[in-house]
Every structure is written in C-alpha cells, then in structure tokens.
Design a protein around this ligand. Structure first.
Ligand SMILES: [Zn+2]
Length: 140
C-alpha cells in the first residue's frame, strides 16, 4: 500500500476508534479532512478542528510504526478540540485520549530522524508538484 493510502486508512481508523470509545463526546462527528504536506520542518503533523495535515517527509522516512502514533496524535487533537470547543492543544483531554484511550503511553513527542526527513522533503515536494502538473494536463 502506498504511503498516502496507508496514512488515510490509519487516519480513518483512529477517528473511528475514538468515536467508538467516546461516542457521547462530539456534536459533530464527521471525520477531519486528511491533508498532505511536504515540509522541511520539525513538525511531523498538525491538526485543527477541521483537518489533520500529515508531513509526508516523516511518513516516508519515519517508519510506519512510529508514524502511526503521529496520525493518532493529530486525530486526538481534532477530537479534543471539537469536544472542548477550543483550538488544538496538548491539554488534559488530548493527553487522556492519546495516552489512555489510544494507549500511546509515550508523552506527546515523536522520535524521528530529523535529518532523514529534511533530506526527503525536497525530492518529495518535486514529485508532488510533477504529479499535480500531470493531473492537470490529463484533466484538460
Ligand atoms: Zn501535538
């Protein structure tokens, strides 16, 4: 399975997992939008009430076991922010969801090889731009 398809499937898995365990918590339980970015940044992912953004530079170089916890981390952000009607923070509910409900038990940060992600970021960005160009050309 290619990386984007895998990330999307885990994004959906963790969202359904939280809904199953906390079915009363949300007024709006529509899944967050799954978006992809490629950034030479220390951030492997970000989240808001609306979406989760996954940095493919880490998804590709970090290994799926590790990156799965990043997906879970971001999903917990969206879920907690919606439940509490706040922005995405590492607050009490986020920590409970991530560490207790999902079983991460690892604090909030990921351990990635930042240099490997940085090296991957530039060629990945080029690939995505090329794919976008090809998509536009074939749509015309
Ligand atoms: Zn976070």
């Amino acid at each position: 399975m290619d990386t984007k398809t895998w990330v999307l499937s885990r994004h959906e898995y963790w969202w359904k997992f939280l809904l199953k365990h906390m079915p009363f918590a949300l007024l709006d339980d529509t899944a967050p939008v799954c978006e992809f970015v490629v950034k030479n940044s220390k951030s492997a992912g970000t989240a808001s009430r609306r979406d989760c953004r996954y940095n493919l530079a880490y998804a590709v170089t970090g290994g799926r076991t590790e990156y799965d916890w990043t997906i879970c981390h971001e999903i917990c952000h969206t879920f907690a922010a919606r439940a509490m009607h706040t922005s995405a923070t590492h607050g009490e509910l986020w920590a409970f969801l991530y560490n207790k409900v999902c079983g991460a038990s690892r604090g909030r940060f990921h351990s990635y090889n930042r240099a490997a992600a940085a090296q991957a970021a530039r060629p990945l960005r080029k690939i995505l731009k090329l794919q976008e160009k090809i998509r536009k050309l074939t749509e015309e």
